[in-house]
Design a protein around this ligand. Structure first.
Ligand code: AIR
Ligand code: ASP
Length: 282
């Protein structure tokens, strides 16, 4: 099915992705755009190639999760910008896991940025742009009928497992997973059977990743804070994971593995860029 196939039905357009009806019942195609936003769309730019790299990174990470038995909507990567995913009923909650103080947590509690938290903290936010995604508690979630207690428990335990797994994987390639955001959906397997699975995307758009040595931001904070070239950071992350996004990988996202030396060299270049930009901003 081609991207511009007139038969293809658009189901939804978000800030970074478009969802199309999939080729079979129970499937959806996600198309990764280059649109990059911050502050709920207050800052908006097209960054050439961002969608391609996020598609590749997210496909790679979701496939890894599937391998260790964490269910996600990911089925396969179709081409540079698209993946085939399972249709789910989205739960309108953003589940944020934090390991290190950064971002809104620092602002809210006056913490020192970069300080390790005593334990991983899980937070819930209502996915509603008009309200700026307000933070919500389990009470709000259950009272407003957004998810049941067992569903919240399931999202919590999946989020913790994902945090352990991804933290280790990223540290292995010299990256610290500071915090990240997940979204979940309900997959109906039969009339009586439903399970909660990871949906949306897992990419540098929704993970804070710092170089373990230099502390340089390689994720969307580069864009949010105007620290330099976003694509340099994203490419660095992809390279370290061994994801080569410029191939239309079919099946799980694989790719050429860059040598560690090459990855480190790129990381160094990016760290220097970050420093420069930070200096300029002061
Ligand atoms: N996030 C939250 N809403 C949208 C996104 N992408 C992610 C950020 C960050 C984490 O959730 O990318 O990794 C926490 O964000 P914040 O702004 O609450 O500190
Ligand atoms: N909420 C996303 C962010 O992390 C996107 C946006 O705000 O427009 O910045």
């Amino acid at each position: 099915m081609s991207l511009f196939s007139p038969k293809r039905k658009k189901l939804y357009e978000g800030k970074a992705k478009i969802l199309y009806e999939g080729p079979e019942p129970g499937t959806v195609i996600t198309y990764f755009k280059d649109d990059t936003t911050a502050g709920n769309g207050a800052k908006k730019e097209q960054i050439s190639g961002k969608g391609v790299i996020n598609n590749a990174i997210s496909a790679f990470l979701m496939a890894k999760l599937n391998e260790i038995g964490i269910p996600s909507h990911f089925i396969k990567k179709l081409n540079m910008r698209e993946q085939l995913v399972a249709h789910v009923e989205m739960i309108p909650i953003e589940v944020v896991v934090r390991n290190i103080a950064a971002g809104s947590l620092v602002k809210r509690f006056g913490l020192e940025k970069g300080k390790a938290l005593p334990r991983a903290i899980v937070e819930y936010y209502l996915k509603k742009d008009e309200l700026n995604d307000p933070m919500v508690s389990e009470e709000h979630i259950t009272a407003f009928g957004l998810a049941s207690l067992p569903e919240i428990d399931e999202m919590y335990s999946l989020a913790m497992r994902i945090n352990d797994y991804l933290s280790g994987m990223f540290l292995g390639v010299g990256l610290r997973l500071i915090d990240f955001k997940l979204e979940f959906g309900r997959q109906f397997l039969s009339e009586h059977e439903m399970r909660i699975i990871v949906a949306d995307e897992i990419s540098p758009d929704n993970c804070r990743l710092w170089d373990a040595k230099t502390g340089a931001s390689l994720d969307k904070d580069i864009f949010r804070q105007g620290l330099g070239d976003l694509m340099t950071g994203y490419r660095d992350i992809a390279a370290r994971l061994g994801v080569f996004p410029d191939t239309a990988g079919v099946g799980e996202a694989g790719g050429d593995i860059l040598s560690m030396a090459e990855a480190v060299e790129r990381a160094g270049a990016n760290a220097a860029l970050n420093k420069e930009a930070e200096g300029a901003a002061r």
